[in-house]
Design a protein around this ligand. Sequence first.
Ligand code: SF4
Length: 385
Amino acid sequence: MIPTGKHPVSRRAALFFPGFWLALTAALCLFWGGGYASRFLLSINTTSSSFVHDALFWTRRCRGVLCQLCPKQCFLPEGAKGQCRVRINSGGYLHTLVYGRAAAVHVDPIEKKPIFHLLPGSKAFSIATAGCNLNCDFCQNWTLSQANPEQLPADYLAPEAAVQAALQSRSRSIAYTYSEPVVFYEYMLETARLAHQAGLYNIMISAGYIQPEPLKRLLPYLDVIKIDLKGFDPRYYRTVVGGELSPVLRTLKIIANSHVQLEVVNLMVPSWNDSAPQVRALAQWVRDELGPETPLFFSRFSPGFRMLNLPATPAETLRQARRLALAEGLRFVYVGNVTGDEGENTNCPQCGQLLIHREGFVVLENHLRAGHCPHCDAKIPGIWK
Ligand code: SF4
């Protein structure tokens, strides 16, 4: 059970007697020192915002706290925020600033995630907060991911309310997406727990930059994870993504060894990660470490954020990557962001039969029979009903 946020002073009291609280805070400063007083002050402030919540996965250190949620391992002195901008040391305790702070809420076709092996044609109730623990030069959602939570308008959407809204929208799943759900971990964890109780599936769309312990604690509540494996070169990760490759590979292996269905996407950025040797190396690693049945997407890059100097990925580059990965033995390889391309379809890896015909976010045909090919009866991995 996730610890609940602490709001010991009601909003009404704080509003009616501000002088009293300031005087009391000053007294606390004198008796307890700055750390405890600022925590108390924060507790008053939280009454005007329900978004502040106790964080998980951190330890106290001399003159600060150490966040252990992701590989960045930020050390935060009193009052400091982590690199993700959404976790703060207040009074010697780590808090998240985005619990229920849903800055983006949409009902999307599941194909938009893109998730191809879970209930084709269904709707996914999609939520995100501000913040990210990476800093990709090509980020398509940078206005959300690179924002401070205070900069974005957001209504409080409690986990219970998110689940109710998902049910009312006739979504079959909740997707934690758009920015980086790792940084709204506590909110996602509780929402996912309640969503399972309500019979919804949970999907995390993530860059996979998370420590093993929090990941393992989350897995029982998730059904599908899509990991954005942004490249297969440590230098690319350091230069363009702002992180390290090895923790992402570790995350992928942990998921592949769990009950959770895994899909992988690689955004192909011209001249950075689109060479044939790099595509082959990535495909071989996915085949050997995650399994040949792991769906792999090669997605088209569009110029944006700090990468305006490069052209969009040519469709032929994506098709060539798909051919290379299929030749390496992967069975489900897709092309992303090229509407109408043959690489959007699911074909039977055994007999070649067209199973699911897609165009953009629309499913035009679905020939699967209880998760099997209607022609040769091969079992197709996924959640189909
Ligand atoms: S989750 Fe945020 S605060 Fe915690 S280690 Fe990662 S970047 Fe730092």
